[in-house]
Design a protein around this ligand. Structure first.
Ligand code: GTP
Ligand code: MG
Length: 452
């Protein structure tokens, strides 16, 4: 990446979609590794980030991407596990990702998490391409390994092509129902107005060159101005995950989207209670083309410039929150930076009322998304917090005056053992799911049942 203008930062690409639709496989194909094979049940357990250099992208995309045509250093892909809401990927003022791939299984079509992802893409105005994946499962399909999609598509039998077309038009129709004008990508003239749908297969590699070409085009044409960052400036990032690592205690997996983070830097991180002020003891970065979640041979680095995924080891990180901001203090007054972090957290703070339900979520972003969904459903919230269900939550939910509000709605959280016992003895009902609208639906059904 060194021969490119380092003041242009790597665009951040989120890979989104419903469980099992092929997000990790598509990334595997791109980085030529097989993370998916090493995963328990092929389920992605954590959010990871992978930097793919421009040269690798150009290699994969063949004639569709020429290194000379681009002055971006590459792409930073963030894989979002299906059970994890994409909404974790927030940054100051909006989406952490600059662009996105929405992966849809051609046979399965739109599913709850596809809708959820699309909602967020719409709300944040994030440009995206639709990867209509698993095209190879079309009956009668004749695969052409790693080929661009057009020659492969044109070379299929009429029957196979018609079957695929039916599924593709179903997807295009669903996008249109959601207010997006979409078409097969080779018919799209203006990617600013229309969403390109690329038939592809993470298994055979067909169409993967096209997905990469569209991504590069999107980032080059619409992003270049925003990609120019002050690489020397104090780093800004978002916590993807708080994880215990042997020898380091609680560490942060962070995506840095602006400036530089250095070892020894003082940082401010959003915490469960107050912002945490600490000093970076070590910065650990995976090798290029490696995956942060499975890569144990982290390389200790002195500094990291945006955009990059990095693990931060520092004291006092136990109470850091996934989805929270990280800010390097550098030449500024620490109090100013604390105020900055507080202001950003206040932006996400959920409006609570005197009466309502208790909401618990795994990350700030998912808490925000839950709150939005509940507001739309006109469900009042008494308390909303990031974290597992604790005895205190049951006590709080128990104070609701209306029986329909003695409820805890948990998004992708665990129930602490003491809370489990108390829950059994209380009137409080817990709903726990990893699909937001399922939670809302379950809750509404519960209320309807009570009124019967
Ligand atoms: P989660 O992380 O659990 O949300 O799933 P994911 O979207 O990352 O899906 P993953 O890549 O783990 O793929 C799910 C299953 O679909 C695996 O068994 C893959 O081998 C299979 N699969 C993915 N892409 C394709 C494809 O293009 N063709 C075929 N035939 N199978 C695929
Ligand atoms: Mg996955």
């Amino acid at each position: 990446m060194s021969d490119h203008d380092t003041s242009l930062r790597t665009p951040i690409v989120a890979v989104l979609g419903h469980v099992d639709h092929g997000k990790t496989s598509l990334l595997d194909k791109i980085r030529g590794s097989a993370v998916s094979d090493g995963e328990a049940g092929a389920i992605t357990q954590h959010i990871g980030a992978t930097a793919v250099p421009l040269e690798t992208i150009a290699d994969m995309a063949g004639d569709l991407v020429e290194v000379e045509d681009f002055d971006l250093p590459g792409l930073l892909f963030i894989d979002t596990p299906g059970h994890h809401s994409f909404s974790t990927l927030r940054s100051r003022g909006g989406a952490l990702a600059d662009i996105a791939i929405l992966v849809v299984d051609v046979n399965d079509g739109f599913q709850p998490q596809t809708e959820e992802a699309l909602d967020i893409l719409q709300r944040t105005g994030t440009p995206f391409v639709v990867a209509a994946n698993k095209a190879d499962t079309t009956p009668g399909w004749n695969p052409v390994e790693n080929s661009p999609i057009k020659p492969s598509y044109d070379g299929q039998s009429d029957v196979a092509r018609q079957r695929l077309d039916e599924n593709l038009y179903e997807i295009i129709g669903q996008l249109s129902d959601d207010g997006f004008s979409a078409d097969l990508y080779w018919r799209v003239q203006n990617f600013q107005k229309n969403i390109g749908v690329v038939p592809c297969s993470a298994l055979t590699g067909e169409g993967v060159p096209d997905v990469l070409a569209v991504l590069m085009g999107l980032s080059q044409r619409f992003m270049k101005a925003e990609m120019e960052i002050d690489v020397e400036g104090p780093g800004e990032g978002t916590v993807l995950e708080v994880k215990d690592e042997q020898g380091f205690g609680a560490t942060l997996d962070v995506v840095v989207y602006d400036g530089t983070i250095k070892e020894g830097d003082q940082i401010v991180v959003g915490g469960v209670n107050d912002p945490i002020v600490t000093e970076i003891r070590a910065l650990l970065q995976p090798q290029p083309n490696a995956e942060i979640r499975v890569e144990n041979r982290f390389e200790r680095v002195e500094s990291v410039a945006a955009a990059a995924g990095v693990k931060i080891a520092a004291p006092d990180l136990d109470e850091a929150m996934a989805g929270a901001p990280v800010r390097v203090v550098r030449d500024r007054a620490v109090d100013d930076v604390i105020e900055e972090v507080k202001a950003e957290l206040a932006e996400i703070e959920v409006d609570t009322e005197e009466e309502g339900v208790v909401v618990k979520a795994d990350t700030l972003g998912s808490l925000e998304a839950m709150a939005n969904a509940l507001r739309e459903a006109e469900v009042p919230i008494l308390r909303a917090e990031v974290g597992d269900v604790a005895p205190r939550d049951i006590a709080v939910a128990g104070t609701a005056r209306e029986p329909e509000h003695t409820v805890i709605l948990g998004f992708n959280v665990d129930v602490l053992p003491d809370a489990e016992r108390e829950l059994e003895q209380s009137e409080v009902t817990l709903f726990n799911d990893d699909v937001i609208y399922q939670l809302v639906e379950d809750y509404e059904e519960h209320v309807a049942e009570m009124q019967r």
